[in-house]
Design a protein around this ligand. Structure first.
Ligand SMILES: Nc1ncnc2c1ncn2[C@@H]1O[C@H](COP(=O)(O)OP(=O)(O)OP(=O)(O)O)[C@@H](O)[C@H]1O
Ligand SMILES: [Mg+2]
Length: 257
């Protein structure tokens, strides 16, 4: 019989997790296919970061199984770079598995071109803007032979314009170097512009209360009718869609509280 999970890189089977008496994750079943970009949205404190930590193996579930195949890299909201290392040295952390220094250097050059930061190799993180630092994080995450990116609100600390730009950057990087991605965000616009599939999590203890496949082609403009419909659906699911006149910025404010 054909194994219909042969292409799956991340599988959670009946996973539950608690911190002491606090039940955070309840009987979760999630499968992420190779090359898929899955976005998780859900109320604050529902267990999204915990879920990423379970996926990465950082924490072990109290029950259920987690299966992962491949090298995992994580990108956090901010300050994931080592402040005492230069930008090059930070990205080299993602290239440790390459022993040939000539290949390492070539890869490093390519990554700097990809993130448009050629010339900043010897700068330290504090000498860069927040958006530039997150681009360095992206480069480190996709460097070398990584397979899976777990991204926890990677752009949420940035201003709106930079967030828009980095969404495009991420999609461009992934087109050049496909990876499997699980991306957490509170920003519904961001979720719909990036995702192949959106999983909407319930309040704690979190389970998947709804799932949405997004078929619209990239780039997805915010006035694209299927983008607007998807955003309305998510807001409905989160219990936030109170008016028929959708004002997206207003709703994003609500969901980032
Ligand atoms: N190491 C821990 N020890 C005890 N409780 C924890 C621990 N990590 C998380 N929690 C609790 O588990 C719950 C879920 O936390 P988590 O950080 O996963 O939520 P989240 O959905 O990522 O929230 P946010 O949207 O605000 O980032 C919270 O109530 C949090 O206080
Ligand atoms: Mg979190």
């Amino acid at each position: 019989m054909k194994d219909n999970r042969s292409n799956s890189q991340l599988v959670l089977e009946n996973v539950s997790h608690s911190f002491g008496e606090l039940h955070v994750i309840k009987d979760l079943n999630i499968t992420v296919e190779q090359g898929e970009l899955v976005v998780l949205v859900g109320p604050s404190g529902c267990g999204k970061t915990t879920l990423l930590n379970l996926l990465s193996g950082h924490i072990k579930p109290i029950s259920g199984n987690v299966k992962r195949e491949g090298i995992i890299r994580t990108v956090y909201q901010q300050d994931g770079l080592f402040p005492w290392l230069t930008v090059s040295e930070n990205i080299l952390m993602g290239l440790r598995s390459i022993s040939d220094t000539a290949i390492q250097e070539q890869e490093l050059r390519e990554l700097f071109e990809l993130i448009h930061l050629t010339g900043f190799e010897n700068h330290y993180p504090h000498e860069l803007s927040g958006g530039m630092r997150q681009r360095v994080e992206l480069a480190r995450a996709i460097a070398g032979d990584s397979d899976i990116l777990l991204m926890d609100e990677p752009f949420s600390a940035l201003d709106y314009q930079t967030r828009l730009r980095l969404r495009r950057e991420l999609l461009r990087l992934l087109a050049k170097r496909p990876r499997t991605v699980v991306f957490v965000t509170h920003d519904i616009e961001e979720a719909v512009q990036l995702a192949d599939r959106i999983l909407i999590l319930s309040k704690r203890p979190a389970y998947v209360c709804s799932e949405l496949q997004i078929e619209a082609q990239h780039p997805r403009s915010l006035d694209n009718p299927s983008v607007i419909t998807a955003m309305k659906t998510i807001l409905d699911e989160l219990g936030l869609h109170t008016s028929s006149d959708l004002d997206v910025s207003e709703f994003n404010n609500l969901t980032t509280q």
